[in-house]
Design a protein around this ligand. Structure first.
Ligand SMILES: NC(=O)c1ccc[n+]([C@@H]2O[C@H](COP(=O)([O-])OP(=O)(O)OC[C@H]3O[C@@H](n4cnc5c(N)ncnc54)[C@H](O)[C@@H]3O)[C@@H](O)[C@H]2O)c1
Length: 342
């Protein structure tokens, strides 16, 4: 379908300019978007970002309290024919204080032809899909995926749980998945709900140290703190490992980051802005390239088995918009959601 045919298709189901589709989190979950589709869309988004074939300013934000943020994340990707904005927040103490997830927010999808809004939807679910998809795509380039037999996940909340579904798709020979979380029920949930769907054995670790020392590739999704509160001793990290973070440097000693043979970020602009906000008080290591440049083939990932590779992906608006479009398209096709007048 070309752009105008696509717009006509939408208009046959939703009167653009007069109404929008509202989708709850359950409707997003039940839209039918698959893990494989999210990985494909995420790869497209990273390629567009690597080639700079998109319109995506660094996300601006509000920071009402220490270690909280509310980010505005707009993006237009011509190759995906999609445009929208996420207004998403992260309040790390929400679980203890209110019984709510630390992440919250909404996604507004717009018609690239007219600018008018097409949909408003929950963004928690789509974030918890595209975030592990980024880690899974990154693992293809930052590790030698066919060789990897052990993956570790630190933090088994919304993002960590989904990583267990996504990682075996790009690390096809995993034998063991090590997990660790301070909150025991989060680990139990992963084992109870996901063990049956993966060939790799899921192993609950007793400590971060055990996980770090056991895993060739490991990812972190815990809590972003503006000043790192290291929980991972530098001596536990070995040459040859691949570290893929979703929560900045929060868990690491600065010297681990600085001694990486190759250090990548998803967006130099984004991480520079974070530095201005006070994150990375010890400064960023030398950045080899952006993740998207590696995925697009413009820069190289891992060269040999000996390198310690770190890839710091804090999340890009580019990763949200294709998944939001996929949810919208499927929901519209299936007659899901509620139409609201404008
Ligand atoms: N990079 C991205 O694109 C991206 C996207 C979404 C969220 N995030 C970040 O990922 C992190 C996790 O988000 P979430 O939605 O999964 O939150 P969550 O609250 O659902 O899960 C976090 C989990 O980490 C555990 N945890 C906290 N500190 C820990 C520690 N020191 N050791 C082990 N476990 C620990 C908690 O018990 C919890 O189960 C947050 O920092 C969030 O800001 C990043």
């Amino acid at each position: 379908m070309d752009k105008l045919e696509y717009r006509e298709w939408i208009n046959s189901k939703l009167n653009i300019g007069k109404e929008i589709l509202y989708l709850t989190m359950d409707e997003c979950i039940n839209s039918g978007v698959t893990v494989e589709e999210v990985i494909d869309y995420t790869e497209l988004a990273l390629i567009a970002h690597g080639k700079k074939e998109l319109d995506m300013p660094a996300k601006i934000g509000l920071h009402p309290y220490k270690d909280t943020f509310m980010h505005a994340m707009p993006c237009y990707i011509p190759s995906v024919n999609s445009m929208g904005i996420k207004w998403g927040g992260c309040w790390p103490t929400n679980r203890e204080r209110y019984g709510l997830t630390q992440l919250s927010g909404l996604y507004v999808l717009n018609d690239p032809e007219s600018g008018w809004p097409l949909a408003i939807m929950d963004c928690i679910w789509l974030t918890a899909q595209r975030t592990p998809a980024v880690t899974a795509v990154a693992a293809k380039y930052m590790a030698f995926p066919e060789k990897v037999e052990t993956f570790g996940m630190i933090g088994c909340g919304a993002q960590g749980y989904q990583h267990i579904r996504y990682m075996p798709k790009t690390l096809p020979n995993l034998k063991k998945i090590y997990i660790y979380d301070l909150f025991e029920p989060a680990m139990d949930r992963v084992v109870n709900e996901l063990q049956a769907s993966t060939a790799a054995q899921i192993v609950k670790c007793k400590s971060i140290e055990e996980l770090v020392k056991s895993s060739e590739v490991f990812a972190t999704a815990t809590v972003i703190t503006s000043k790192p509160e290291p929980k991972i001793k530098d001596e536990w990290v070995s040459k040859g490992q691949t570290i893929l973070m979703c929560d900045c440097h929060s868990l690491f000693e600065d010297k681990t980051m600085k001694r990486a043979d190759k250090y990548y970020v998803d967006s130099i602009d984004q991480h520079t802005l974070l530095t201005e906000y006070g994150y990375y008080p010890d400064g960023l290591p030398e950045i080899v390239a952006e993740t998207g440049e590696v995925v697009a083939g413009l820069a190289k990932g891992r060269d040999n088995d000996e390198q310690l590779i770190v890839d710091n992906n804090v999340g890009l608006a580019a990763e949200d918009v294709p998944v939001a479009k996929a949810i919208f398209d499927k929901a519209l096709e299936r007659g899901m959601g509620r139409k609201l007048p404008l």
